[in-house]
Ligand binder design. Structure first.
Ligand code: FAD
Length: 278
């Protein structure tokens, strides 16, 4: 069971709890991106177990007629065991998702995984006529080229600022530089892409920028935010835009929760108050 202190950020430990969360979000016009927590596997049993769970999950999403999709992590699908393992498992999950008409996102991990992740994405996006999306990180200097490379590819991109601590030789480390890169990438994507852009950010400035680019170019986009972060804004935005909430669940909730607490002072205060019952 996920203790109350973590339940703001994590839907529960079981698929049923994640789907119940999706159902409640759908009632408020927000769609769910369901993620089974898991990463950095270095042997096959957890990879096989998570792939099996995703197969059942997409079936359950389809039968329950929820507005929901899935998001997977490359090292959860065996990238640490080899690019061939990752591509095979990704093909398996993407095919199951496509069979049930459920969209499949691929999260992006640290820079050592970017090439293999993009290659895997391009393969499954071609195979499933765009029913797949990949996350791109504005803090990486290479991302401008990646956004250009994917402009005419099938599938969607989710643009985020980047959650990994990357070296200065390959990444912008200063917030101002990351924000500038994010805005430039947004502008390029809205101008060149034919839709399929997800703005994965809680930042009001980036969301406003996306809204004005949408007005300027008419390009379709969606907004994605995390469970437990600016939820009131998510419900407000959903009255006008396509809004998706990233809903993590699973037994491996502790490290995800610790990351949310570490990244923002307010989250730490919230956690402390919940533990103290105040
Ligand atoms: P920040 O720069 O953190 O914050 C900017 C402003 O946003 C703040 O000043 C504040 O106004 C507002 N804000 C931010 N957080 C809060 C809060 N908790 N409460 C209130 N206001 C807040 N990263 C990856 O590297 N790979 C991934 O695959 C990935 N997937 C993601 C999927 C989704 C749906 C989302 C939303 C993020 C994902 N990320 C991923 C994380 C991302 O890279 C950032 O680390 C994270 O979103 C923080 O950046 P930000 O754009 O939200 O804004």
């Amino acid at each position: 069971m996920v203790p109350p202190v973590a339940s703001r950020f994590v839907a529960g430990t079981t698929p049923a709890e994640a789907l119940e969360r999706a159902r409640r979000l759908n009632e408020r016009n927000v769609k769910a991106i369901v993620n089974l927590l898991g990463e950095h596997y270095d042997d096959r049993p957890p990879v096989a177990a998570d792939v099996a769970e995703y197969r059942t999950l997409v079936e359950d999403i389809a039968t329950s007629r929820l507005e929901a999709c899935i998001s997977v992590k490359p090292t959860q699908l065996g990238l640490g065991l080899g690019a061939d393992v990752f591509r095979r498992e990704l093909a398996d999950v993407a095919a199951a998702a496509a069979d049930h008409d459920v969209f499949c996102w691929i999260d992006m991990e640290d820079h050592t995984t970017t090439d293999a992740t993009l290659e895997g994405f391009e393969e499954v996006a071609r195979a499933h006529d765009g029913g797949v999306g990949v996350c791109l990180q504005a803090n990486l200097k290479r991302t401008r080229e990646d956004v250009e490379r994917l402009a005419d590819a099938p599938g969607k991109i989710r643009l985020v600022k980047g959650a990994y601590d990357e070296p200065a030789s390959i990444a912008y480390r200063d917030h101002t530089e990351v924000n500038r890169a994010y805005e430039e990438l947004l502008e390029y994507a809205f101008e060149r892409y034919d839709g399929g852009i997800a703005v994965g950010s809680h930042d009001p400035a980036m969301i406003d920028r996306a809204r004005s680019l949408h007005e300027e170019y008419g390009t379709d986009f969606e907004i994605q935010m995390l469970m437990g972060v600016r939820e009131d804004a998510q419900y407000d935005l959903a009255e006008e835009y396509d809004v998706w909430q990233y809903v993590p669940y699973g037994g491996r909730w502790l490290s995800y929760f610790a990351r949310r607490v570490a990244e923002r002072k307010e989250n730490a205060l919230f956690a402390a108050r919940a533990v103290l019952g105040r």
